[in-house]
Design a protein around this ligand. Structure first.
Ligand code: FEO
Length: 172
């Protein structure tokens, strides 16, 4: 059984992950509209990852005998600017999510919920990867700029990303 406080923050994180999913879906659609199908693909995979994160958290609440509360999700923006601006937003958003995950971990420590601490370690590691991925693409964009043929090369590279469903058991 999880504490009321742990349950509340986990449910809020499900909401945050679903917001992330919608944010990336909106960005993906934006890139698609701009004709950058590879960027759109990368962000659509990101949408799938975020949905999977939400479900991992939701299933964990259920597994621990907690009560799932599906909360309202704010609509994301529609316009995201240049590809550099898109990835600046991605990185900033992931840094924000890292703060949320760290906050959850802190609650798990305060509540002396050792099982939740172990569960959340996967998310702590995942955030390192999330930030590194965004930083990597942003770095490339800063080198090649926002227009010209090099963007198309990067678009081609990003078109190869494939969604691999995460699971806590195979990730540790
Ligand atoms: Fe679910 Fe991008 O962190």
């Amino acid at each position: 059984m999880i504490s009321e406080k742990m349950q509340k923050v986990l449910n809020k994180q499900v909401q945050a992950e679903m917001y992330s999913a919608n944010l990336y879906l909106a960005m993906s659609s934006y890139c698609d509209f701009k004709g950058l199908k590879g960027f759109a693909n990368w962000l659509r995979v990101q949408y799938q990852e975020e949905t999977a994160h939400a479900l991992l958290l939701l299933d964990y609440v259920k597994e621990r005998g907690g009560k799932v509360e599906v909360l309202q999700i704010e609509a994301p923006a529609v316009e995201f600017g240049t590809m550099t601006e898109v990835f600046k937003t991605v990185l900033k958003h992931e840094q924000h999510v890292t703060g949320l995950i760290n906050g959850l971990y802190e609650v798990a420590i305060q509540e002396k919920d050792f099982a939740a601490q172990i569960f959340l370690q996967w998310f702590v590691n995942e955030q390192v990867e999330e930030e590194a991925n965004a930083t990597d693409i942003l770095g490339k964009l800063e080198v090649i700029g926002d227009s010209g043929v090099n963007v198309l090369y990067l678009d081609k590279e990003l078109s190869t990303r494939v969604f691999v469903p995460p699971s806590i058991s195979n990730a540790n």
